[in-house]
Ligand binder design. Structure first.
Ligand code: NAP
Ligand code: G4F
Length: 368
């Protein structure tokens, strides 16, 4: 019999990649989903109905629902990926963020204890480089002091410490992966990387005029999500539980990401001005775009406090987990995201054209 895993946040970017990874390893995969007015779960639609893949309704804000699912599934491993994961949104919905991202972690740990699984079930907690926040050292490793700098980060800090506490107090096998930003063609569309690759594709195909961004000088250590889910699994296969930084060790600015993404869709940008006046002007590409401002700054995307200098040191993960942080380069990551969005936008454009034609044919009585 293969192992049984329970994934919270299975409909998210990481949940979908982790599900594929564990199914390939022969796991029975169970996931928690929330009721939504839209029934289509885009990132896992290709897995639904597959043998060994099961979904359960529950919510990280509802203790009883968690206890029920944990008791029913009797998992060998739990991957707690569910969260209100958008930093900017955490300023708008701080209490909800705290409930899910902080107390939600406690609910998982307590559900495992309530079901008497604390000696058998291993738990992975999706922690984050946002804990370093207003950074006190660069690069950041497992010893770097935390200085959370958003309601999201403060909530995640509680999750980090409560996992450590349950490990020490009850001897549970639970650990936190301190993951730096990881992106993919499945990344949510309002995170900066995906916002950029989608906009670049739409601008290249004549469907959008301009991209508005916030802090272009913010620096991130961006990796590929598909590579990172392997680390989550590796952390639960060790002799002893521990916390690990997962990062590439390479840093770029938002501006550099945008520059490269636009180049991938055939547009060269020149950057002019500073701060809120900075602009990305097209210097080469389709004639209709040359000389136009394609990227501008909007203070609407500034945050009350912003984390601006994240760079991870993945030495411990490389040494102890045998994980290769250089599997997908920054250039490969930008290329794969830009290419996926070029294809997606082209397909949407074709579908829209069919709908327009159909409307016209119906109006003219060509189609009845
Ligand atoms: P994501 O795409 O935003 O997915 C979040 C998932 O959490 C979704 O499945 C969402 O369900 C679920 N969720 C939210 N609130 C819930 C609740 N109350 N009950 C049950 N499920 C709930 O996030 P991601 O990028 O995959 O990230 C996965 C985890 O890693 C998150 O905890 C995030 O904070 C953390 N993390 C991410 C990164 C990164 O760069 N991606 C880096 C460090 C840490 P719906 O689909 O129903 O909304
Ligand atoms: O893409 P972001 O929204 O990601 P952020 O805030 O780093 O959070 C992500 O990574 C964390 C790991 O460090 C996760 F814990 C978290 O769940 C999430 O997955 O923003 C990246 C940077 C920020 O400094 C932001 O100010 O890009 C800057 N930025 C500039 N313009 C923008 C924009 N961010 C967004 N979302 N949208 C903009 O227009």
């Amino acid at each position: 019999m293969g192992k049984r895993a329970l994934i919270t946040g299975i409909t998210g970017q990481d949940g979908s990649f982790l599900s594929e990874f564990l199914l390939n390893k022969g796991y029975e995969v169970h996931g928690i989903i929330r009721r939504s007015s839209v029934d289509f779960r885009e990132r896992i639609a290709h897995l639904e109905g597959k043998p060994g893949f099961h979904l359960h309704f529950a919510d990280l804000g509802d203790s009883m629902s968690i206890v029920k699912v944990v008791g029913q599934v009797q998992p060998d491993e739990i991957y707690n990926l569910a969260a209100q994961s958008h930093v900017q949104v955490s300023f708008d919905a701080p209490e909800f963020t705290a409930d899910v991202d902080a107390v939600g972690v406690l609910r998982i740990l307590e559900a495992v204890r309530a079901c008497h699984l604390e000696k058998r079930c291993r738990i992975y907690q999706a922690s984050t480089s946002e804990l370093y926040g207003k950074v006190e050292a660069v690069p950041q490793n497992e010893e770097t002091p935390f200085h959370p700098y958003s309601p999201y980060a403060v909530a995640k800090l509680y999750g980090y410490w409560i996992v450590k506490e349950y490990r020490e107090a009850y001897g549970m096998y639970c650990c936190s992966g301190i993951l730096f930003n990881h992106e993919s063609e499945r990344r949510g569309e309002t995170f900066v990387t995906r916002k950029i690759t989608l906009a670049a594709a739409r601008i290249a195909q004549g469907l959008q005029d301009r991209l508005l961004l916030g802090n272009l000088s913010s620096k991130r250590d961006w990796g590929y999500a598909r590579d990172y889910v392997e680390c989550m699994w590796l952390m639960l296969q060790q002799e002893r539980p521990d916390d690990y930084v997962i990062a590439t060790g390479v840093q770029h600015t938002v501006r550099e990401f945008a520059d490269l993404a636009f180049r991938h869709v055939g547009i060269t940008l020149r950057w002019e001005g500073e701060g809120a006046d900075e602009k990305g002007i097209c210097t080469a590409g389709p004639d209709r775009l040359v000389g136009k401002i394609l990227v501008a700054v909007s203070p609407d995307f500034y945050r009350p406090t912003d984390v601006v200098n994240l760079l991870g040191d993945p030495s411990k993960a490389r040494r102890e987990l045998g994980w290769d942080p250089a599997r997908t380069s920054f250039e490969q990551l930008v290329a794969l995201m830009a290419e996926a969005d070029m294809a997606k936008v082209a397909a949407e454009g074709a579908a829209a054209k069919v709908r327009t034609n159909l409307a016209e044919y119906l109006e003219k009585g060509i189609v009845k």
